[in-house]
Design a protein around this ligand. Structure first.
Ligand code: NAD
Length: 494
């Protein structure tokens, strides 16, 4: 059985006693096993990262920048290979895997300009003969804990920024699809990153707890489900660490009566069922405003019949399997329970039969959904789109704002005034106007509100530079000897 190694201090390491299975979701077969690090192994890796810290911090910004230019080149050259690795363990179709690499690379491009990003500030003559400047310095050792659904993009978002800022990193990817992280770490090494600056350690709760309890870890970046994000935020911050923990989502797409319903239906189908709904920015609630619901539902339903579901490696497939049997059982149970809750199942994905032992399920569309039903309240994380019918724009805003999650949202309209009001009114971190999946481009940052993010910094882009650095303010004076005097008063600037 193939063993997926850790990557520590520039080498593949195969030390763990406990292991977990890695599946090909398209066949249901176990294709490899991954070592699950013990707390003692994690402690050793933290020491490796600690040991690499001072020389990486002292590395010139020009040399650091060079690593990212070369990494971008390598990622471009080997994008197809990485996409195949992602598809083999995650199941998403190859085009989608290539898409996540492209979005991850946006942050590599962003931090390649690190000389600008790490500029400080300087004020001359704040008092007589006194200047002040502020510098941004790395926080130290950073732990990055990532989810299964973007095994390349989320690691690239986190580790690129942390390393660019002069930190050393321990990446703990999802144990469900761990190979992409090792591939990326090896590309970093090939791009010239010194050993020990980026380490990959696989594992489960034991490894994560060891990381967030280790006193040498200064900052923790986490992306995953809300209950785990909240627990990580509380535990790591009570250990005195800087934490950003991004959680789950329930993204609403509001369709106004004046919207182009064909465009809205295309967008809803793409955003709800792409990557089998296993995206934190997937649309899972379609909010039909006014009297358009019947027409919108019939347009969405027409499109569902034509969707091609199959192995991610098949170029004809538009949607692949779910990550695991457990994930499929979970999705099945929500669709099975919807009618008893009072909703109407318009398309039942359980009815589609697949000639495979893979973790496939068809797409589902559920109408007459309301808050209080499990199908509305929970993050399903599968190919299930719920329709909530509301009377007015105000009802749509009230519904969305009352939802505990606040990751992404979209409005579909042809009226600029409604769009502007929506942007003003809505309590969600990322908003799309006629854009169903508003993942910000790399020069901005990514993050939700409410139960979708614990902590106050978004990831990648400018906010990540803030998160991975500490600012130091230096006040300077070069007085003549004759100006020296004793003065017990509090220094006032005059
Ligand atoms: P998950 O919470 O199960 O796992 C995330 C990470 O935490 C993994 O590395 C996992 O090994 C680790 N982990 C799991 N259980 C743990 C525990 N009890 N203690 C400590 N660590 C633990 O999430 P997942 O299923 O891998 O990913 C899907 C979830 O991630 C969805 O909820 C999705 O919305 C969310 N997500 C959010 C964003 C965002 O930006 N907000 C992006 C991607 C995914």
């Amino acid at each position: 059985m193939t063993r997926i190694p850790h990557y520590i201090n520039g080498k593949r390491v195969d030390s763990s006693v406990r292991t977990g299975p890695v599946f090909d979701p398209a066949t249901g077969a176990v294709t490899a096993e991954v070592g699950l690090a013990s707390a003692a192994e994690v402690a050793d890796v933290v020491q490796v990262a600690r040991g690499a810290r001072s020389s990486w911090r002292a590395t010139s910004l020009a040399r650091r920048s060079d690593v990212f230019f070369r990494l971008r080149h390598l990622l471009t050259e080997r994008r197809e290979e990485l996409a195949r690795i992602i598809t083999a363990e995650h199941g998403k179709v190859l085009d989608d895997a290539a898409g996540e690499i492209a979005r991850g690379m946006e942050n590599v491009e962003f931090v390649a300009g690190l000389i600008h990003l790490l500029k400080g500030e300087h004020s001359e003559q704040v008092s007589r003969g006194i200047d002040v400047h502020q510098v941004k310095q790395p926080v130290g050792v950073v732990a990055c804990i990532t989810p299964f659904n973007f095994p390349a993009m989320v690691p690239l978002w986190m580790v690129s920024s942390a390393i660019a800022c002069g930190n050393t990193v321990i990446l703990k990817p999802s144990e469900k699809d761990p190979s992409a992280a090792v591939f990326i770490a090896e590309l970093f090494s090939a791009a010239g990153l010194p050993d020990g600056v980026l380490n990959v350690v696989h594992g489960d709760k034991e490894a994560v707890d060891a990381l967030i309890d280790d006193k040498e870890v200064a900052a923790v970046s986490f992306v995953g489900s809300t209950p785990i994000a909240e627990a990580i935020y509380q535990r790591a911050s009570s250990n005195g660490k800087r934490v950003q923990a991004l959680g789950g989502a329930k993204n609403h797409m509001v369709v106004m009566p004046d919207a182009d319903l064909d465009a809205a239906a295309d967008a809803a189908v793409s955003a709800a069922y792409g990557s089998a709904g296993e995206r934190c920015m997937a649309v899972s609630v379609l909010v039909a405003v006014g009297d358009i619901a019947d027409s919108l539902i019939s347009k969405v339903t027409e499109r569902l019949g034509a969707l091609r579901i199959g192995a991610g490696t098949d170029p004809n497939s538009e949607m692949g399997p779910l990550i695991s049997k457990e994930a499929r059982d979970r999705v099945t149970s929500y669709v099975a329970g919807a009618a008893a809750e009072g909703a109407s199942v318009v398309v039942d994905g359980r009815e589609q039969v697949f000639d495979s032992d893979g973790f496939f399920i068809g797409v589902s569309l559920i109408d007459d959904v309301r808050p209080g039903m499990k199908v509305y309240d929970d993050e399903i994380f599968g190919p299930v789109l719920s329709v909530v019918r509301v009377g007015t724009y105000e009802d749509a805003v009230e519904l969305t704002n009352a939802n505990p999650y606040g990751n992404g949202v979209a409005i579909f309209t042809r009226d600029g005034k409604s769009a502007r009001e929506f942007e003003f009114d809505i309590e969600v971190g990322m908003v799309g106007v006629n854009v169903p999946i508003p993942v910000p481009v790399g020069a901005y940052s990514f993050g939700g509100w409410k139960k979708s993010l614990f902590g106050d910094s978004h990831i990648y882009g400018p906010e990540s530079i803030h998160f991975y650095t500490r600012s130091k303010v230096v006040t300077t004076r070069w007085p003549d000897a004759s100006e020296s005097q004793i003065d017990l008063g509090f220094p006032s600037n005059a």
